[in-house]
Design a protein around this ligand. Structure first.
Ligand SMILES: Nc1ncnc2c1ncn2[C@@H]1O[C@H](COP(=O)(O)OP(=O)(O)OP(=O)(O)O)[C@@H](O)[C@H]1O
Ligand SMILES: [Mg+2]
Length: 525
């Protein structure tokens, strides 16, 4: 339900707008002048404000400026008593979404409000569309799995942490599920209907992190062309996940400590404080104890964050969870890839249990997705695992190449589907791909499945040109586009499968898809 504030000194109009909006299930509060409107917005969060311009004391435009200062995300619609275009233009310039001329029809008003709310939610989901998670029922595949004592303790802790408001520090190696825990805490607590906003402190340059977190005023620094709200304000009422918190500078550590202590902050270049209600969950794999000793991390900030610590043990220390995780990902990939893999062979299972999993659950997931794409039978065999695991000497009863469940079968391509794939060098890409295709075809794709690569090895690319118009770049782009479309067609429009079978690093494939405006969905059969 959306909350609307209706501001008009004309009581009759104010009440009739209120009734019309309540009829459409909005929660409506009223105010009779600009000043009251501003205090109302400071007291409570409104999705939208409908406001008259001419009111005694503070005008609607002045109030609009104040409201936007407090929360840029609040939508303001302006009502003008007569065709006063100047006021309306000024209002829109100051950030009003639109204006309506009196007399107002309730139909027009409701339609405009719905449009504005829809536009805002589209922008928000575009910018912050992250997969959501609940412990179980949202069907995103991001389900928690684990039956080891260590994980049962973590689940127990999540339930407790979800109910309280204190900061949380989640520690653990890469890929152990720190972000998953953060989401689970958010989506299982009272803030679940509010935003879960993530910021990766290590990925943002030192010079920008303050403005990312706290926002900035227009002109606060070179390049600050517009006023911008920060993640603390954007996440208001919800949760802010500060990933890689161990990477923030000492100066930022001081500022963060202040927000945690005082619950307010100051945007860059501003002299007004903004207060907010944000739950902070932080994560890192850093050795804080050592960093504190060396003076690289503030002890007071550490203790603030570490009120309720969560530690995620590496997968190699909870091997009993591996079979459950395998089962989980088999179900998940059967659904996403439209396959019916029944399980893993004993030999493959032994190899999976014996591997050291330095990349933890993320690595296990990637390995299984790799196997799904490569496997041609209904059981994942050892030879369908990536080479580093297939050839792990300490795993299973078969050492390098001597696999018992794969005799006569296909060999492993040793290609990992990995989100962290190195981007291919543009100039190198096209030739290497052609050469590699032959190798991959021989080793992996002779399993009878249709493949882009097997077609591409017989691929002839022709282009017409006039002698004086020979342009390598144009020809290369044409080739790439056509190649990618052909590969997508052969792989039912699936990105991961296309990347693997056509031997294009996934990141490169995504970049090219965007560059050439290709829509993979068009190639789904
Ligand atoms: N217990 C679990 N059950 C099922 N899937 C899990 C579990 N833990 C982690 N995963 C999955 O493993 C992958 C990595 O998890 P996540 O991104 O939360 O790790 P992380 O600790 O934040 O890693 P990094 O430090 O590299 O950012 C995700 O796909 C996540 O869904
Ligand atoms: Mg993470």
């Amino acid at each position: 339900m959306y909350r609307v504030l209706v501001v008009d000194d004309d009581q009759v109009l104010q009440q009739s707008i209120k009734q019309a909006l309540e009829f459409h299930d909005f929660i409506v509060t009223t105010a009779s002048n600009g000043k009251d409107a501003v205090s109302a917005v400071y007291r409570e969060k409104y999705d939208l404000v409908v406001m008259d311009v001419n009111m005694p004391g503070m005008s609607g435009i002045e109030a609009l400026v104040e409201i936007k200062k407090h929360d840029l995300a609040t939508i303001v619609l302006i009502l003008t008593a007569y065709s006063n275009v100047q006021d309306a233009v000024k209002a829109v310039k100051e950030g009003a979404y639109n204006y309506l001329e009196k007399p107002i029809s309730s139909e027009n008003l409701v339609a405009l409000i719905k449009r504005a709310l829809k536009a805002r939610s589209m922008v928000e989901t575009m910018a912050f569309s992250a997969p959501t998670l609940s412990l179980g029922d949202k069907g995103t595949g991001d389900k928690f799995v684990g039956e080891s004592n260590a994980m049962l303790k973590v689940f127990n802790l999540i339930e407790k942490l979800a109910k309280v408001n204190t900061p949380v520090l989640i520690r653990g190696e890469s890929g152990t599920g720190k972000e998953l825990v953060a989401r689970a805490i958010h989506y299982n607590g009272p803030r679940k209907d509010e935003k879960f906003v993530t910021i990766n402190c290590a990925a943002i340059p030192e010079t920008l992190i303050e403005s990312e977190l706290f926002g900035h005023e227009k002109g606060a620094f070179t390049g600050a062309h517009e006023r911008k709200i920060g993640k603390f304000q954007f996440a208001n009422a919800g949760t802010l996940f500060l990933d890689e918190i161990g990477d923030i500078s000492p100066a930022m550590q001081v500022k963060l400590l202040r927000v945690l202590q005082e619950k307010n902050f100051t945007p860059v270049g501003s002299n007004r404080e903004i207060s907010g209600d944000v739950r902070v969950i932080a994560a890192s794999n850093k050795n804080f104890e050592e960093m504190i000793k060396d003076g690289r991390f503030r002890e007071d900030l550490f203790y603030r964050l570490n009120v309720l610590p969560v530690y995620l043990p590496p997968l190699r220390e909870r091997v009993s969870d591996i079979p459950h995780l395998i089962g989980h990902y088999i179900n998940y990939f059967n659904n996403t890839h439209g396959l019916e893999i029944k399980g893993v062979s004993d030999e493959a299972k032994a190899k999976l249990l014996a591997h050291g999993w330095p990349g933890n659950i993320r690595e296990l997931r990637n390995v299984l997705e790799h196997a799904f794409i490569v496997e041609s039978t209904d059981t994942i065999r050892a030879c369908s695992l990536p080479e580093n695991i297939f050839k792990d000497d300490d795993g299973g009863n078969a050492s390098s190449g001597g696999s018992s469940d794969c005799r006569g079968g296909v060999g492993s391509a040793g290609v990992m589907i990995n989100d962290d794939d190195e981007d291919a060098d543009d100039h190198k890409g096209i030739y290497d791909n052609i050469i590699d295709l032959q190798g991959i075809r021989d080793s992996v794709l002779d399993d009878g499945r249709d493949s882009a690569a097997s077609q591409a090895s017989e691929y002839t690319f022709t282009f017409s040109h006039k002698n004086d118009k020979l342009d390598f770049q144009v020809a290369k782009d044409m080739f790439e586009k056509e190649f990618i479309i052909t590969a997508l067609k052969s792989n039912n429009g699936r990105i991961n499968q296309t990347a693997l079978k056509a031997n294009i690093p996934k990141k490169t494939l995504l970049r090219k898809i965007e560059k050439y405006g290709i829509n993979p969905k068009e190639y789904k059969v």
